[in-house]
Design a binder for this molecule. Structure first.
Ligand code: ADP
Length: 163
């Protein structure tokens, strides 16, 4: 079984994330999308449970995709779920520096866990969760950038779908 892990904050999931998840789902037997419960890098807007729910709803047409909440080290979680490959998306050089460091650190912790990168599709290479949150907060339209369930939630939070 060729099982891969796609870890991230997914705060919230965007169509850029879904592009990577969909491409993985076509290439591997099973994809586990791991929602980082508590990132030291950034405070989440949505609870881990809500981020999980958004992902479950937006990947329900992909039978080989499972979503889980991940606590602690990604290398440990990968072992627990028996995944030997991490797949991450790369948007720009700015992603590269952080990802390069993470891949080396993870390799140190577990030399058997490989990290693979998929280049972001050009149409999503500008798209980030933080950008989406900023647009939504100030009343802009995000319905082309996130799955419907997330756009709906933003509308509840900030009053309208904007646009
Ligand atoms: P973000 O940086 O948007 O907060 P996450 O921490 O949730 O993203 O990222 C999870 C994974 O998805 C990372 O590998 C990240 O590089 C990737 N990713 C995020 N947005 C995109 C996108 N628009 N296209 C491709 N990959 C992406």
């Amino acid at each position: 079984m060729n099982r891969v892990l796609c870890p991230g904050s997914y705060d919230p999931v965007t169509i850029g994330h879904l592009d990577i998840i969909g491409r993985c789902s076509a290439m591997f037997d099973e994809v586990i999308v791991a929602v980082v419960d508590d990132s030291y890098r950034k405070t989440a807007l949505f609870s881990a449970g809500e981020r999980l729910h958004f992902l479950q709803e937006s990947t329900k047409d992909l039978p080989n995709v499972k979503v889980a909440i991940m606590k602690g080290l990604v290398v440990k979680f990968a072992r627990e779920v028996d995944a030997h490959v991490l797949v991450k998306g790369l948007r720009a050089l700015t992603d590269f520096e952080y990802e390069f460091q993470m891949a080396q650190l993870n390799r140190k912790l577990d030399p058997e866990l490989e990290t693979m990168y998929l280049m972001a599709s050009p149409e999503y290479s500008f798209l980030s969760s933080s950008g989406v949150k900023e647009i939504a907060k100030y009343g802009g339209c995000v319905s082309d950038l996130v799955p419907g369930i997330v756009a709906q939630r933003f509308a509840e939070m900030y009053g309208s779908l904007g646009g």
